[in-house]
Design a protein around this ligand. Structure first.
Ligand SMILES: [Zn+2]
Length: 247
């Protein structure tokens, strides 16, 4: 892991290169994102994808923290989901922060709100994992990405995010389930059940001592934000490209 912390600037360089390549591709006119001049001559992006950011739990959901009490999943998730929203708005995406209240609105309410957002949209739900009930330190570690059962566009979106995390942070521990031909795990979590393609990122274990240090490392978490920025540009191309729609 020290390697990651040492080389995170290098990872950022790769990311920027990757993002620049994605921008250039967009000028081909086949893709869903473009940079166009405004009336006042200022460039801005034009997107077609709506991004629904779904944070983890509310302050009133029991457990969901580290055994020593220093980490609360809802606080971590609200903070980094808010940062992600700022990133995505900075590049002109339309975002919906699905559960802005501090307490839990209820899983079905979350899904109802998601279904009110017009397509094309993607749901991104961002959690921390736990191996136990939050009272004892555990051994399980690493990140994993989840979709509903079966093969849908959600699997394609999940694979984009997973592959980017593996590419840019190869030393970061991960978990994968290759039994159905892709790296994501599958479970019909309620927040993955709206009408939109949906992925849930379980980012590291809050009841693993080393993973918790990673969750508390702002350089790493900011790198994850950049990886997500690039991933959403790619996901938009897959979900919204004019070529795809015409096919
Ligand atoms: Zn959670």
């Amino acid at each position: 892991m020290k390697k990651i912390l040492k080389h995170w600037k290098l990872s950022l360089g790769f990311l920027l290169f990757f993002a620049a390549a994605a921008m250039l591709l967009n000028f081909s006119g086949q893709l869903s994102t473009s940079i166009i001049g405004s009336e006042h001559g200022k460039p801005f992006y034009r997107h077609t994808l709506n991004i629904i950011i779904d944070d983890a739990h509310g302050s009133d959901v029991a457990g969901k923290g580290s055994p020593d009490g220093r980490h609360k999943e809802y606080l971590w998730s609200q903070f980094w989901c808010t940062e992600l929203q700022k990133h995505l708005r900075d590049i002109d995406y339309t975002t919906n922060y699905n559960a802005p209240e501090e307490t839990e609105p209820g899983l079905l309410t979350r899904v109802r709100r998601m279904n009110k957002v017009p397509a094309p949209a993607i749901v991104f739900s961002w959690h921390n994992n736990a191996a136990g009930m939050g009272d004892v330190w555990k051994e399980a570690h690493g990140y994993s990405i989840w979709t509903t059962r079966g093969t849908t566009m959600s699997d394609t979106c999940a694979t984009i995010i997973f592959n980017n995390l593996r590419t840019f942070l190869p030393d970061l521990a991960f978990r994968q389930d290759l039994s159905d031909g892709d790296p994501d795990y599958e479970s019909n979590f309620t927040v993955l059940m709206s009408k939109h393609p949906s992925v849930l990122l379980e980012f590291m274990f809050q009841d693993n001592d080393f993973d918790l240090q990673l969750l508390e490392n702002p350089a790493l978490c900011r790198t994850i934000l950049l990886i997500l920025d690039v991933s959403f540009l790619q996901i938009e191309q897959v979900l919204c490209s004019t070529k795809k729609q015409a096919a």
